[in-house]
Ligand binder design. Structure first.
Ligand code: NDP
Length: 326
């Protein structure tokens, strides 16, 4: 038995709370992990509140990520005592997840934590930070370098946005941070943002082509904000799009793509191939300033995650939330 957040559904009514659960037996290829830390991401908030149909089967232990120590392994690549991190693969949606004292996970889903990243830092990074790294890698793969001009990060005070801002600034990019919270200017500048762009500047119907402002972009917001960003990319600029915090829509035109050669690079962390995950975690270990990461962290106890989750949907979460479990 272990303690876990459990989402249950009877008819149309969803209930969520801290419960004692019995995990399913370990199958061949599975690994039992003593969870040290989990975290709350935007998707966890959708699952816990029931605001979007993230959970596919009930009852469900939410938590799309966790870090911990291998307790027992039926997978050839892992042995007792290994430090591991889990992101995505439908965990917390289709498979019982990380907001629990213990998790039974497929070994194929796990990544060994690079030396130099603690179990707590791994979840301060979490899926938000690992996705931010995938976005930075997408910009690099498309030839975006600091000499090409300024880059922009939307939803900058959030989890993905905070880590993306810190990573890009550390790589020598001049980062413009888009936020609906101008009062967080000092926080964003401490992460390395060079300037703040009020969110209102990027809302409203976009023109097919706007003034060329940015060589690269990390967008977590979608909707009009993303459409406006696309219209303002410089020639052959690249936008890494990973989120829908504002909207699922994309009211854009083909003009930036066919007249300026802009690339829209989609970023998915959930089914991302293993070699890319390992590369992203290695890069996080080497590139992310762990002092800046610590500035992003708020700790929330396991028993409080249900009351904190709605804040994501209100756009009120700053940085990263870490949930100590052990
Ligand atoms: P957060 O809630 O931490 O950050 C989202 C930020 O977006 C907010 O902090 C806010 O920043 C801004 N925002 C919120 N609501 C609105 C709105 N209505 N209009 C415009 N901006 C808004 O979430 P995460 O960083 O964890 O995740 C961000 C997005 O990325 C989510 O949509 C999530 O689902 C997605 N995601 C996708 C992944 C993938 O694999 N593709 C993986 C991880 C996340 P500010 O106040 O500074 O404007």
């Amino acid at each position: 038995m272990t303690q876990a957040i459990l989402i249950e559904k009877t008819g149309e009514t969803q209930t969520v709370g801290l419960k004692e659960i019995e995990l399913p037996p370990l199958a061949e290829g599975d690994v039992a992990v003593d969870v040290a830390f989990s975290t709350l991401n935007y998707k966890d908030a959708l699952a816990i509140t029931g605001a979007a149909p993230v959970v596919r089967t009930f009852p469900m232990v939410p938590g799309i990520d966790c870090s911990g120590i291998v307790r027992e392994s039926r997978h050839p690549d892992f042995t007792e005592g290994d430090r591991v991190v889990l992101n995505g693969w439908g965990v917390g949606e289709k498979h019982w997840g990380g907001l629990a004292g213990r998790a039974h996970l497929k070994g194929d889903w796990l990544v060994k934590l690079p030396a130099g990243v603690s179990l707590r830092q791994a979840m301060a990074i979490g899926t938000a930070g690992y996705t931010a790294m995938l976005c930075v890698m997408a910009l690099e793969a498309n030839g975006v370098t600091p000499d090409r001009g300024e880059v922009v990060v939307t939803g900058a005070t959030g989890g993905v946005g905070s880590v993306a801002t810190a990573l890009l600034a550390a790589k020598g990019f001049t980062v413009a941070a888009v936020t609906g919270r101008p009062e967080e200017e000092a926080y964003l500048k401490s992460l390395g943002a060079a300037s703040i762009v009020p969110r209102e500047e990027l809302t409203g119907k976009p023109r097919p082509l706007g003034k060329e402002r940015w060589a690269g972009a990390v967008d977590v917001v979608g909707g009009e904000v993303l459409a406006n960003v696309i219209s303002m990319m410089t020639y052959r600029g690249t936008v890494a799009a990973c989120g829908l915090a504002g909207s699922m829509n994309l009211p854009s035109s083909v003009a930036p793509f066919i007249l300026r050669g802009v690339t829209l690079a989609g970023v998915d962390s959930v089914m991302c191939p293993r070699e890319d995950r390992i590369a992203a975690w290695e890069r996080l270990a080497s590139d992310l300033d762990m002092g800046k990461l610590e500035e992003m962290v708020t700790e929330v106890a396991l028993e409080d995650v249900v009351s904190v989750a709605p804040k994501f949907l209100e756009g009120k979460v700053k940085g990263r939330i870490v949930v100590p479990v052990a």
